[in-house]
Design a protein around this ligand. Structure first.
Ligand SMILES: NC(=O)c1ccc[n+]([C@@H]2O[C@H](COP(=O)([O-])OP(=O)(O)OC[C@H]3O[C@@H](n4cnc5c(N)ncnc54)[C@H](OP(=O)(O)O)[C@@H]3O)[C@@H](O)[C@H]2O)c1
Length: 294
């Protein structure tokens, strides 16, 4: 296999709002349009991004260009109660998957995005106090009302997904999968998703930029060097090889790009055409663990 569809690339909005580049509506518009030209139409959000401001800032583009809404698929998350000025009633960071919290969060997101539906709603973190039957009923109501199309989770354990799946159709699991976080592959999250046909979406596939920073850890340095060593063989840049490492897994993992630069999105497209050999894939794994395979 040498070609992978652009559906496997998702654009992340976490760093585009006030937590990062602080895009204007015009900048969002240009970025969205260029992503569409590149074949990227899925956008990952969370209610908390930008301290509850990024969905709203992004949604302004649909006032200016309503035709864009049908061309884009919106993923957003709820379930974290973040302490910030926008939520003065949150006194301590906590998780909340109660039906009331989910419903209110969905209504807030719909209003912020100026839309009548969320394409994919995820529970952002596992709530240890979750009541699976209550969540199931709430998601069924939201889906019946057409307000949520697809449902999923993020950062859950497999046993939490198994429990919740008895009551709600979990179709997506968004979790950290990268060369600095091998756990999801090594410890069963990814193969559980494969077995149950759950889409895996990897957040921070480039380790949040750590691999490229000057004061990176020894582990990050080893990974970066191992990727650089493969540049010539694949006629690719180190970041493309690192993304290709995630994409190479048979679970058909989707990657969420966190860059704020459109040229890096363009560059990521090339990763879709790189098919790492087994030895090269394991060579990168070994660079991460610092140990030879058993
Ligand atoms: N579900 C969850 O719990 C969760 C958690 C975290 C994130 N997410 C989602 O995942 C998305 C991606 O996460 P992420 O932003 O951490 O992804 P990432 O792609 O691993 O990291 C993006 C960061 O790496 C930098 N970078 C990328 N390529 C680079 C290069 N070649 N050289 C130097 N720096 C480079 C970017 O800087 P530039 O902007 O300068 O390119 C940016 O600061 C987020 O936007 C969010 O939607 C979800």
């Amino acid at each position: 296999m040498t070609h992978i569809t652009t559906d496997r690339l998702i654009m992340g909005a976490m760093r585009l709002g006030s937590w990062g580049a602080n895009f204007t509506t015009l900048q969002y518009g240009e970025f969205i349009e260029e992503c569409l030209r590149l074949g990227i139409h899925r956008w990952d959000h969370a209610d908390i991004y930008g301290d509850y401001s990024t969905e709203e800032a992004f949604g302004k583009i649909f006032e200016a260009s309503p035709e864009l809404r049908d061309k884009i698929s919106i993923i957003t998350k709820c379930g974290i109660r973040r302490v910030c000025d926008a939520r003065p009633d949150h006194k301590l960071k906590s998780y909340d998957s109660s039906a009331d919290h989910i419903r209110i969060s969905v209504e807030n997101s719909l209003r912020a995005f100026r839309t009548d539906h969320i394409d994919t709603l995820l529970l952002h973190r596992p709530d240890h106090l979750m009541e699976p039957a209550e969540i199931g009923e709430c998601i069924a109501d939201l889906q019946a009302a057409g307000k949520v199309i697809t449902f999923g989770v993020s950062n859950f354990t497999t046993s939490q997904i198994e429990l919740l799946s008895q009551y709600a159709p979990v179709q997506v699991h968004q979790l950290e999968v990268s060369l600095t976080n091998l756990g999801a592959i090594a410890h069963g999250d990814v193969d559980y998703a494969m077995r149950h046909e759950i889409e895996v979406q990897s957040w921070s596939p480039l380790s949040g930029g750590e691999l490229f920073s000057k004061d990176r850890s020894d582990r990050a340095r080893r990974i970066y060097q191992a990727a650089c060593d493969l540049q010539e063989r694949y006629d690719a840049e180190a970041d493309q090889i690192i993304l290709a490492w995630v994409l190479r897994h048979p679970a058909q993992i989707s990657t969420i790009l966190g860059t704020t630069k459109i040229e890096r999105v363009r560059s990521a497209i090339k990763a879709l055409g790189i098919y790492l050999s087994r030895e090269d894939w394991y060579g990168l794994w070994q660079a991460s663990t610092g140990k030879r395979l058993a």
